[in-house]
Write a protein that binds this ligand. Structure first.
Ligand code: ZN
Length: 349
């Protein structure tokens, strides 16, 4: 089937009360791993590419691979998403390529490092929403600033520096008309999120719940939501890696989020760890091997296992066949005639 609208994927997830994993890709093996997991678990899926990924793989290679994934898996709804667009131009170029969803991360200035003002964020996000919706493309915005840096994108520092303010989240959703809203609740990008198993002092699930209460119909997005499980860290270190001990976002906290409006969960680090561990193991145990297939095949398999597990844990498993995809043209009409809302339902405090 053709690539589908992320808005439709998330609307359906809201109806079904589940979350959808958004997995980052840079190359063919990662795309194949995600599709094998989606097929095995019968899951709708969001595939996303950062600016760094688009540069690494070159736009056309990456996009043609996604098209191949869609063609080879007609029973799986796939949304292709630009992760952390830093400007109107980045989002526009993704839409021109055929991405069905973009994130305009206006929480940072165009340099992808400096936190922006609320007004700047609203202005650039609204501009992307107007352009994207006219073309049936979904938009995710961000209010508050995530911690850490990934692919050169991020303000750095702790995830606690710019926690989302619920009142601002409401105002932002109203002023921009975004389809999905990324919020900052203490998580960070990258492997080093927390120095111990996170509790409420560093992972602000109470803020997430407060935002969901005010915006009960808004699709919330959790970034930096790899769980960084110890067994994946251990494989890397067992075969010569040097990862420092670290904690991610426990799956049960993500599941609590899903019960409170989280519909999209971004996962990258767990897949990176799984692939690297598998590659290290082959090279460590059989140093005489030099055919890339000897280690890329187990790497792909290791990533598939993690993705399939997350699909079950997020609840998207089994939902691939629930609905018929609406064409992007039809989605564009929906935004225009108001059948697809672009104004959030706001509950009183
Ligand atoms: Zn992110």
């Amino acid at each position: 089937m053709p690539l589908v609208s992320m808005r439709q994927l998330l609307d359906e997830a809201a109806k079904g009360g589940y979350g959808v994993g958004a997995f980052n890709v840079n190359d063919m093996e990662q795309i194949q791993a995600i599709m094998a997991a989606a097929k095995e678990t019968k899951s709708p899926v969001i595939v996303q590419a950062s600016r760094g990924a688009r540069q690494f793989a070159e736009d056309l290679y990456l996009f043609k691979l996604i098209q191949a994934a869609a063609e080879l898996n007609p029973e799986i709804p796939i949304a292709m998403h630009q992760d952390h667009g830093n400007s109107f131009e980045t989002c526009k170029s993704a839409i021109e390529l055929g991405y069905t969803s973009v994130m305009m991360d206006g929480s940072l200035k165009e340099d992808g490092k400096t936190p922006s003002t609320f007004e700047e964020n609203v202005a650039v996000t609204k501009r992307v929403v107007d352009y994207a919706h006219e073309r049936g493309v979904t938009v995710e915005g961000e209010i508050g600033v995530l911690g850490g840096v990934e692919d050169g994108h991020g303000a750095g520092g702790s995830g606690l520096d710019h926690i989302t303010d619920p009142d601002q989240a409401v105002e932002f959703a109203e002023k921009t008309g975004v389809d999905a809203l990324a919020i900052a609740i203490g998580t960070s990008h990258g492997a080093y999120k927390f120095t111990k198993k996170p509790d409420g002092s560093v992972l602000k699930m109470d803020v997430l719940i407060a935002i969901h209460k005010r915006l009960p119909n808004t699709h919330l997005v959790m970034h930096g939501s790899s769980s960084v499980p110890k067994d994946l860290q251990d494989v890397v270190n067992q075969y010569g890696g040097k990862l420092k001990e670290t904690w991610g976002v426990p799956v049960e906290e993500i599941q609590l989020g899903i019960r409170n409006g989280v519909r999209k969960i971004n996962v990258d680090t767990d897949n990176r760890l799984a692939m690297t561990g598998a590659i290290r193991k082959v090279l460590w145990e059989t140093p005489e091997k030099f055919d890339p297939r000897d280690y890329m095949k187990p790497a792909r398999e290791a990533m598939k296992k993690v993705v399939a597990l997350r699909m079950v844990q997020f609840g998207q498993a089994g939902h691939a066949g629930d609905y018929a995809p609406i064409s992007i043209e039809q989605i564009a009409k929906g935004y225009k005639d108001g059948t697809l809302s672009t104004q959030p339902l706001v509950a009183a405090k």
